[in-house]
Write a protein that binds this ligand. Structure first.
Ligand SMILES: [Zn+2]
Length: 347
């Protein structure tokens, strides 16, 4: 079969012939229906990036970590999951045995440093092998061709929102900075799961309009020196109970921290590599919480799938054929997609 593979860091992916894997004991072979493209893939192709971010990565590997498809075949000892079953796959690898997995914090699993599409073969191919059946979540009513983005863009955003749920009671405000792929899911999750007022912040008016259509109550365009003051005005001078930053550049970190109210929370999700240059003490929310994280857990994706199955989630996608992968990545990199890009492999 042909697969889109990363052959070197900082380089564009190449189409290469690889064997269709055969599942050994405990393993499952998945027939890929659709694979969502993620901005983190583009980061691996950036010429400034020249080394693996975590130990255990092996080049070359097939890209793609937003995967849904069907169970094709399985090795000995895998219970359930009959061939033909439609499934979506949790993006983060986990072993099910470490203390984090036992506590349901499997996105922190000791085995999660390398995984499908990030250091090992992922879903930009007609078939993909998984090491154990843990990531499989059955799809009952959702189309596996377009469900893939729920596995990362959706679930990573859900991880942030679930973490701050207790703070978002009646009369509270959630600020969502960056209304792109992850942020637009966050707007929907906060609306579906809480009674909080949602303020969406973005530089792009089209994305703000989209956030409004997804349920954002207020929109604020641009992130600059005045943003924190504008957000305070929108919250009666108090600041917001929760600020989730899906951008993570200097300007959003500064504005986001300054917009969280006393005892509020600021969550850094976006990988914009920004820094906080000023003295920390009076810029952090007093008695508050500042957190960051990576990825999402099995429970996060289950929660996303449940909302989507209830018809409470919009997951706008743009479909690309297998040959259009370079074009799709190019449009992703330059912000010219109208939904999450999903690649449909040629089997
Ligand atoms: Zn584990």
């Amino acid at each position: 079969m042909m697969a889109w593979r990363l052959v070197g860091f900082g380089k564009p992916p190449q189409l290469q012939e690889v064997p269709i894997p055969a599942p050994a004991a405990g393993e499952v072979l998945i027939k890929v229906a659709g694979n969502g493209l993620c901005h983190s893939d583009v980061g691996l192709m950036d010429p400034r990036f020249d080394a693996p971010p975590f130990p255990g990565w092996q080049l070359p590997f097939t890209l793609g970590h937003e995967v849904a498809g069907w169970v094709e075949s399985k090795g000995a000892g895998v219970s359930g999951h009959s061939p033909g079953e439609p499934v979506i796959l949790v993006a983060t690898e986990s072993d099910g045995t470490c203390a984090f997995c036992q506590a349901g914090m499997d996105n922190n699993c000791d085995a999660s440093g390398a995984g499908r599409g990030y250091g090992r073969d992922g879903g930009l191919a007609p078939y993909m092998l998984i090491r154990n059946a843990r990531p499989l979540i059955p799809l009952r009513t959702l189309d596996p061709v377009t469900a893939g983005p729920l596995a990362d863009a959706g679930a990573t955003s859900m991880h942030a929102v679930r973490r701050v749920l207790p703070r978002l009671g009646r009369g509270s405000t959630a600020v969502i900075i960056g209304a792109g792929g992850l942020g637009s899911f966050a707007v929907q999750f906060v609306r579906a799961l809480t009674s909080a007022r949602v303020i969406a912040v973005d530089v792009n008016p089209a994305r703000l309009e989209y956030a409004k259509s997804l349920g954002a109550h207020e929109r604020l365009q641009g992130v600059n020196a005045a943003t924190a003051a504008d957000l305070r005005k929108l919250t009666n001078g108090r600041g917001a109970e929760v600020v989730l930053d899906f951008v993570g550049i200097d300007a959003t970190i500064a504005a986001g921290l300054a917009s969280a109210r006393r005892a509020g929370a600021y969550g850094l999700v976006g990988a914009g590599m920004g820094t906080l240059a000023h003295p920390w003490f009076h810029l952090l929310p007093r008695d508050g919480e500042v957190f960051c994280f990576t990825g999402s857990s099995i429970a996060d994706l289950e929660a996303v799938v449940k909302l989507a199955e209830q018809g409470l989630l919009r997951n706008d996608t743009e479909r690309f054929s297998f040959g259009q992968v370079p074009e799709a990545y190019d449009r992703l990199e330059h912000g010219r997609l109208t939904g999450r890009a999903v690649v449909i492999p040629d089997a």
